[in-house]
Design a protein around this ligand. Structure first.
Ligand code: SF4
Ligand code: MG
Length: 327
């Protein structure tokens, strides 16, 4: 559970004063066991930073992070190392994320050195086991990443992520660099692994077509804030935020059958995160903006069908008011 998470970069800590980047602004969400939550949005919207900060892979500037009810916001040292065992990552580029000087078994065994006390034989057994879970046979053990295709490399990355039996895997654009049929194979593999192990995914993607096939819930990010959140069916079927609507319109309907590597093509550019605008962060690009939008930041409001949207056009209902004052 993440509450009011914010991350700032830069500022006066550096000798040459740099602008403060407001990368993440007051983000709150919850990820359940066995669930896939997608963070979607244009590049630079703070998706990766949110995921890394939420799972304590980088330090948040403010906010609270709870893991199974326990506050892990300020863990350090060995406690933080122990906590990180629960979280693994799969990155976008299977060509640069695997060390070319290491063999497949060394790559997959690496987190086992860091996080477990398994001996050599125990590590080897586990490596074979997770390679098989990822659909690769033990015959690949002594080979190097450059002998493999992109899809096979991503299977190796997934095997490595599975090695310590994590509760959460962050998949950061993990299928974005793959061709369509390979991408679908990897998505199916991820679904199967989730059904088997109950692992949760924080699935970061700019590709809504892919998200629709994997995620249970979607959080749409814009300029470091979650502007809409809800079940995938509700958000895709009845988007309540003008930004989500624009995103959905920018997705080719054939997204899963084409080499869909294109970024969102929306009119205008997102604002500079070192100089965030007043009011709604989307107001400069929003076709529906009204006077209040450039002045007042809309807070998240419940929408019909579940979830929330932070937009002045969504009526504030009785349900939007906190049940008890002071929280
Ligand atoms: Fe558009 Fe205003 Fe809603 Fe922001 S608050 S999305 S500017 S209508
Ligand atoms: Mg990113």
């Amino acid at each position: 559970e993440v509450e009011q998470l914010s991350v700032r970069f830069g500022g006066s800590r550096l000798r040459r004063r740099k602008p403060i980047i407001h990368a993440v602004n007051g983000v709150s969400f919850q990820l359940d066991r066995g669930e896939t939550l997608a963070l979607v949005g244009e590049s630079g919207s703070g998706k990766s930073t949110t995921a890394r900060a939420a799972l304590r892979l980088l330090r948040a500037t403010s906010g609270t992070i709870r893991w199974l009810g326990r506050d892990v916001t300020t863990l350090t040292g060995s406690q933080l190392r122990e906590h990180r065992r629960h979280v693994q990552m799969v990155f976008q580029d299977p060509y640069s994320s695997l060390d070319p000087s290491m063999t497949i078994d060394e790559i997959v065994a690496e987190p086992l050195y860091v996080h477990t006390k398994l001996d050599r034989a125990g590590r080897r057994d586990r490596v074979v086991q997770v390679l098989e879970m990822a659909g690769l046979s033990a015959q690949y053990l002594g080979r190097y990443p450059q002998e493999f295709s992109g899809g096979q490399r991503q299977r190796v990355a997934i095997a490595r992520a599975l090695a310590t039996d994590p509760e959460v895997i962050i998949a950061d654009e993990a299928v974005s660099a793959l061709d369509v049929s390979t991408r679908n194979q990897i998505l199916n593999l991820m679904k199967d692994l989730q059904a088997e192990s109950g692992v949760s995914y924080l699935f970061i993607s700019h590709d809504l077509g892919v998200v629709g096939h994997l995620a249970h819930r979607v959080a749409v990010m814009y300029l470091g804030s979650i502007v809409e959140e809800g079940s995938t069916a509700r958000v895709f079927g009845a988007p309540a935020h003008p930004y989500t609507e624009a995103l959905l319109k920018s997705v080719p309907s054939t997204s899963l059958t084409q080499q869909g590597t294109g970024r969102f093509r929306l009119a205008g550019e997102p604002p500079d995160p070192s100089r965030p605008p007043t009011g709604c962060p989307f107001h400069g690009r929003c076709a529906k903006a009204i006077d209040i939008c450039s002045v007042e930041m809309p807070s998240p409001r419940p929408v019909p069908g579940g979830g929330t949207a932070a937009c002045h056009l969504v009526p504030v209902t009785a349900a939007a008011q906190p049940a008890t004052a002071g929280g």
